[in-house]
Design a protein around this ligand. Structure first.
Ligand code: FES
Ligand code: MG
Length: 593
């Protein structure tokens, strides 16, 4: 055990060890003896390390953390700290209705309140399922006490009938096969269950693996942490090492604001393109950046990241799943290849206490079938396009999942490469889409683009993953598995569809999508990164003048509070008022008695 005493006076001593305020010190200390701790250790001048527990029966993607907790605590004790585990509000991507995205900001708020109001000197952030990672990083950013992230790791690879069955993708594919009549309900369920063979989060490069890769790329984890599959012994070792490391971070006062700089966010954007990462990363990283006080703009995703090649041959953009990605070297191998190509800011500080460049020294892909080299990638220009036009100020398109078939059908018109003019079919939300998709009156054919609105942060509320709509059954049977889709909501990070997402501003606050009608012609132009409704200005203006904001029905008090304060996806979908609170761990709350 290292000696942490005499280094500095810790924040937690204001609670437990303050002879100048004996009345309050006695009150703060006595009850904590009641549950595990002794007076001797609480007054031993050791830092108290919070462990934000995101796993529970309701949050199965993160439940591995319940079992990793012993190892995290052992590491903290080994290094001379005192661990205190506490629960955070669960965010389960597949369990929470209307969407886990509604709860990211609630989980963030609860973490901020705990870190600010309790005797905590530093924190281990347990992460995993999609929104848990940004929620934890956002909270750590606002408070700015020393913090380190540890994810639970992806599940083992799923297999069905000799083929890899990737999280999420198995569902989207199963829905299509069901629509085609190729499988029945029983086989659909079997396929789905086969894709989840062990504890852990999604094993595809969906939002969970992406956001944990982002935490590592930002420097907020130990190097090599994010890709270790949940059941591997290396995961337990990483839990122990992470616990050990946070104590030294507290002693050195190494804070999120020292690590998550503008350069670190640019590294994350570049890494996201190279892994074929999720379209949910931009709003989440935007939120983290705003809470830590870094200038970032949605357009940065195209200017900094578009020309980065795809290196990870991992579903949905490639072939492999989490196990293969880890064995090929995981995120350090990706970043090692990017470093060799001069694409990273190497001088940034990481949670390890060393610079990124030092951490990546000599690291490269160990299996070029799974992690390609920069010079021989899966494809070039794998970053996001950030579109604009009269339908929105910004929307994202993930180019790494544009298939040859999609390219051929929609983007390869002779003389008009990258341009697609089509008839708009507009749905008012997922219920309307499911009700009317197969309605022959809509006459949906190959020359249509599907739109969905009212599904953004304010509209849904929370912004739902419903933009990746599938074509009508008849088109699927005819071999057309994808149509271009557009919406003011998001899509699953596991989707292999190059949808146009996160349209900002959303329709219910008066964004351009609100004025579109079924039958309007629209033009997508990837050369100029634009999407426009081809409607006369006077007609468009008349529609705007005639528009009334829809009446929104709140089902819970939080939905009403959220809607009142949430911003748009391009701005991170933050509680806008919360972004004014910065580095609040430097201040102490008032005494409670
Ligand atoms: Fe939780 Fe994918 S649903 S990680
Ligand atoms: Mg999702």
């Amino acid at each position: 055990m290292s000696d942490t005493r005499a280094h500095k006076r810790f924040r937690s001593q204001e609670w437990f060890d303050n002879p100048n305020n004996p009345g309050m010190t006695a009150l703060y200390l006595e009850r904590y003896q009641n549950a595990t701790f002794t007076r001797e250790e609480l007054q031993s001048e050791r830092p108290i390390i919070g462990i934000a527990q995101t796993g529970s029966d309701l949050a199965p993607c993160n439940k591995i953390h319940v079992f990793l907790m012993d190892r995290i605590k052992a590491g903290i004790r080994e290094a001379g700290g005192i661990p205190m585990e506490f629960p955070v509000h669960p965010i389960q991507e597949t369990g929470k209705r209307p969407t886990a995205a509604l709860d990211r900001n609630l989980s963030y708020l609860t973490l901020v309140e705990v870190l600010h109001g309790y005797p905590i000197d530093g924190v281990v952030l347990t992460t995993g399922c999609d929104k848990t990672t940004p929620a934890m990083l956002m909270g750590a950013a606002t408070v700015d006490l020393p913090a380190i992230a540890l994810n639970g790791g992806p599940m083992l690879d799923g297999w069905f009938k000799g083929k890899r069955a990737g999280s999420g993708m198995v569902i989207w594919e199963g829905r299509r096969l069901l629509a085609e009549g190729k499988i029945d309900y029983e086989e659909f369920m079997e396929r789905a269950c086969a894709s989840a063979p062990s504890m852990g989060h999604c094993n595809t490069m969906g939002t969970a693996s992406t956001m944990n890769a982002m935490a590592e790329a930002l420097g907020m984890t130990l190097t090599g942490s994010s890709a270790i599959p949940a059941p591997f012994r290396e995961r337990m070792e990483m839990a122990y090492l992470t616990g050990k490391r946070i104590v030294q971070m507290v002693l050195d006062d190494l804070k999120p604001s020292d690590i998550m700089t503008r350069e670190a966010f640019e590294n994350a954007i570049v890494t996201n393109a190279a892994i074929g990462g999720s379209t949910n990363a931009p709003p989440h990283l935007q939120a983290v950046a705003r809470h830590v006080g870094v200038e970032l703009n949605v357009k940065d995703w195209e200017t900094v990241g578009f020309d980065v090649p795809l290196l990870a041959n991992v579903q949905p953009a490639g072939e492999y799943l989490g196990e293969g990605f880890y064995r090929a070297g995981g995120v350090p191998a990706i970043m090692g290849e990017l470093k060799k190509a001069g694409r990273l800011h190497e001088g940034v500080m990481t949670a390890s206490g060393r610079t990124l460049g030092e951490e990546l020294e000599g690291i490269e892909s160990v299996d070029i079938d799974v992690i390609k080299t920069y010079d021989a990638p899966m494809r070039q220009n794998a970053g996001f396009k950030v579109l604009s036009g009269n339908l929105f100020d910004s929307a994202l398109m993930k180019t790494s999942v544009i298939s040859p078939d999609f390219q051929q059908r929609f983007l390869s018109h002779p003389g008009k490469e990258g341009v697609h003019e089509a008839r708009a079919i507009v749905f008012e939300g997922p219920e309307d889409y499911h009700d009317r998709l197969n309605d022959p009156a809509l006459e949906i054919d190959e020359n249509c683009i599907l739109f969905i609105r009212n599904v953004g942060c304010v509209g849904y509320p929370g912004s739902a993953e419903v933009v990746n709509m599938q074509p009508p059954d008849e088109l699927i049977k005819a071999g057309i598995h994808h149509l271009p889709t557009v919406g003011d909501g998001r899509q699953s990070g596991t989707s292999e569809s190059p949808s146009i997402l996160n349209a900002t501003p959303e329709s219910v606050v008066g964004g351009g999508l609100a004025y579109l009608k079924t039958g309007d012609m629209v033009r997508l132009d990837l050369n100029s990164s634009t999407l426009n409704a081809l409607v006369e200005d006077a007609e468009w203006q008349a529609r705007m003048d005639a528009w009334d904001a829809p009446e929104l029905e709140h089902q819970t008090p939080w939905q009403e509070i959220y809607r009142k304060h949430v911003g748009q996806l391009a701005d991170g979908g933050c509680l806008e008022l919360a972004t004014a609170y910065q580095k609040i761990g430097r201040t102490l709350a008032r005494d409670n008695h």
